[in-house]
Every structure is written in structure tokens, then in C-alpha cells.
Design a protein around this ligand. Structure first.
Ligand code: HEC
Ligand code: HEC
Length: 311
């Protein structure tokens, strides 16, 4: 009986560590290193506006560059042409109302370079200006109408992949983002598995053209993010998403302005693609404990029967 009590104690503490202490410690450690916790408290508050007025403003000011799938507004040019013109493909605006902090979105519309922390690239001496014009000539209320409109059309239940595509996908490829072999995410969209090599090569050429424009705009090619989760982990990604300058001073990567939830979805996506066997490993954990449990009981029973014979 004593053995069984000891066993019970061991099992209890093993499970406590597995389900209680470890996740708790994890959450505590992250709370400390969370940067500014995606609060954007340095930016002024944004009041709710009028979505109908916002729609009018967006249709007259933004659709010359951006598509809005939610409104069946097509892109004026394809991704490669857009990048040749602006350096990068202006993203589809359908879901930014859901993934960006509203204060950040308002600040970005007013002054994109300043809000995203890349004014150092667009100084008077450089002779360059941000490819998206600032709208700080608009009254603050108009920008609030735009933000309210963008929130009203955004999907509420985006997948981690959809958030990644909107927030990072125009700059960062991901060679392991595939459902079937031969697929991957490129900055011009998902590369499918082509039946003919000719079509596959034609697609690759488009990607190279896009990347050439992007390189010119950014000064270097944004790296493929397939392995970044394994290489750098959650904390690095969080700070890189919230404030790239804090991680790499003077970097060309803009801040993206994601909410905490959206940032977590992006990181989830990078974990999913960078470590696709993790769900399998996690589900193995329970089986392993079960195996250990049964094995221990058998060992105790065996020991008892051996000792019985000896007494
Ligand atoms: C002249 C073209 C142009 C116009 C007009 C324009 N944009 Fe943009 N926009 C861009 C480009 C280019 C980018 C990508 C910049 C980058 O990634 O460095 C962008 C990026 C964005 C983003 C993404 C911000 C982020 O955090 O990733 C949002 C949101 C946005 N624009 C909203 C708007 C709204 C709203 C309007 C109208 C009020 C507008 N844009 C008008 C070219 C334009
Ligand atoms: C407008 C283009 C652009 C967008 C959008 C963008 N990045 Fe970047 N990113 C870059 C560039 C350029 C670099 C290289 C920076 C450098 O080395 O200075 C970079 C670097 C990085 C790095 C560092 C990689 C390393 O090896 O250290 C990470 C991590 C990263 N980006 C993650 C993201 C994530 C996550 C998103 C979306 C939330 C995102 N980026 C959106 C342009 C972009």
C-alpha cells in the first residue's frame, strides 16, 4: 500500500507540473517581457465615426492604390506592377479594421512614415517620400469615419494565415507554408503546385520581379520567415511586430500596428508553418503519460508478487 501512496504522490506532482506550473510560469515570464503590450498608448484616442461617410472617403481617396475585396473593389494593378510603381503591393484593405489598433490605423492614415517608425528613410536629403500619401490634411473626424468604416467591413473571425497575409505577406515569403508539396507563400500570393514546369517557372519569374522592386524599396530583401519561430521564438517576434526599431535600430521594416490578438495569430501561423510536427508531439504527450502510468502500476504489481514469494 505504501508504494501506491508514493505512486499517487508522484503522479499528482507530475500532472501539476505538466498542466499547472509550467503554463503558469510561461504566462508570467511573458507578461514581463511583453514590450508595450500592443497598447499604442503614445497615440491619441479615436472616437467612433460614421461608417457611411467613411466609405465615401475611402472610395475617393484610397482605391486608386488599394483593392477592397469585401466591397468587390479590384486592385488597379497586379502585384508585380504595383510593386514596380510603389516598391511594394498596397495590401487589400478589407480586414485592416479588425487587425490594426484603431489609434494606430488613424495615425497611419494621417502620416504613414511617422506612424510606422520609418521617417528616417524619407528625409528631405534622401529625396524619397513614403509611397502612401499622408492624409493629415483631413479633419480628424474624417479619419475617424474611415477607421469606423474599415472596422465595419472587416471579417471578425480571421484565421492566423489570413492575418499573416495582410500584415506581413506583402514583404515576407514563407517557403514552408504548404498544404501539399510544391506549394509555398510568396509575396505575390500562394504558389500552387503547378502541373507544368513552364507555369511554375513563369510564376517564379513574377516573384523575382516583385522581389527586385521590394529590394529597391526596402534596401534589402525581407527574409523568408519559414524558420523564424524556431530560430528566434515568441518574444523576439512580439517586439519585432510591435516596434521593429526597438529590436533593430534603423531597420527598414515598418511597424505594422497589430492588436495583441492579431500579433498572436501571426506568431501562431509562424509556429504552425515553422514547426508542423508540434501538434503531433503535443498529442503524444498525453499518451506518453498514460504509458508511464500503466507501466508504473505493472512494475508495482510485479514487485509485490516477487516480494510475496520471498516472504
Ligand atoms: C498612392 C497609393 C496609395 C494610396 C492612395 C493609399 N495607400 Fe495605403 N498603402 C499604400 C502602400 C504602398 C502601402 C504599403 C506600404 C508599406 O508596406 O511600406 C499602404 C499600406 C496601407 C495600410 C497598411 C498599414 C499597415 O500597418 O500595414 C493601410 C491600412 C492603408 N494603406 C490604408 C490606406 C487608406 C485608408 C487610404 C486612403 C485614405 C490609403 N491607404 C491610400 C499605398 C497607398
Ligand atoms: C513593408 C515590408 C515589411 C512588412 C509589411 C513586414 N516586414 Fe518584417 N522585415 C522587413 C524587412 C525589410 C526586414 C529586414 C530588416 C533588417 O534586416 O533591417 C524585416 C525583418 C523581419 C524580421 C527579422 C528577421 C531576422 O532574421 O532577424 C522579422 C522577425 C520580421 N521581419 C517579421 C515580420 C512580421 C511578423 C511581419 C508581419 C506582422 C512583418 N515582418 C512585416 C520588411 C517588412
Amino acid at each position: 500500500m505504501r508504494e501506491l501512496k508514493i505512486l499517487a504522490v508522484v503522479v499528482f506532482f507530475t500532472l501539476l507540473t505538466y498542466w499547472g506550473v509550467e503554463p503558469f510560469a510561461h504566462s508570467q515570464m511573458h507578461a514581463h517581457v511583453d514590450g508595450k503590450n500592443f497598447e499604442y498608448s503614445h497615440l491619441p484616442a479615436v472616437k467612433a465615426g460614421d461608417a457611411a461617410k467613411g466609405k465615401e472617403l475611402v472610395m475617393t481617396n484610397c482605391t486608386a492604390c488599394h483593392s477592397i475585396n469585401a466591397e468587390n473593389m479590384p486592385a488597379p494593378m497586379d502585384a508585380v506592377m504595383s510593386a514596380a510603381t510603389y516598391g511594394v503591393n498596397p495590401p487589400d484593405l478589407s480586414n485592416f479594421g479588425a487587425i490594426l489598433d484603431p489609434k494606430y490605423l488613424a495615425a497611419f492614415i494621417a502620416d504613414p512614415a511617422k506612424a510606422s517608425g520609418v521617417s528616417h528613410k524619407f528625409t528631405a536629403e534622401s529625396g524619397k517620400s513614403h509611397p502612401m500619401p499622408g492624409y493629415n490634411w483631413m479633419p480628424k473626424e474624417d479619419i475617424e469615419h474611415i477607421v469606423t468604416y474599415m472596422q465595419s467591413i472587416a471579417k471578425k473571425d480571421l484565421t492566423p494565415k489570413e492575418v499573416y497575409v495582410d500584415a506581413c505577406g506583402r514583404c515576407h515569403a514563407n517557403r514552408y507554408d504548404n498544404k501539399v508539396m510544391g506549394e509555398k507563400w510568396t509575396q505575390i500570393g500562394q504558389k500552387e503546385r503547378f502541373k507544368y514546369k513552364k507555369d511554375s517557372l513563369a510564376f517564379d519569374i513574377q516573384v523575382i520581379e516583385y522581389e527586385d522592386s521590394l529590394k529597391k524599396y526596402m534596401g534589402k530583401l525581407p527574409p523568408d520567415l519559414a524558420m523564424i519561430f524556431r530560430a528566434k521564438g515568441t518574444h523576439f517576434l512580439e517586439t519585432m511586430i510591435e516596434d521593429p526599431q526597438s529590436q533593430l535600430h534603423g531597420t527598414a521594416m515598418p511597424a505594422v500596428g497589430l492588436t495583441k490578438d492579431a500579433a498572436e495569430q501571426v506568431i501562431q501561423h509562424l509556429e504552425n508553418t515553422g514547426d508542423p510536427s508540434k501538434p503531433i508531439r503535443d498529442s503524444m504527450g498525453v499518451w506518453f503519460l498514460l504509458y508511464m502510468g500503466i507501466f508504473t502500476i505493472l512494475a508495482v504489481l510485479w514487485k509485490k508478487s516477487v516480494w510475496k514469494k520471498l516472504h
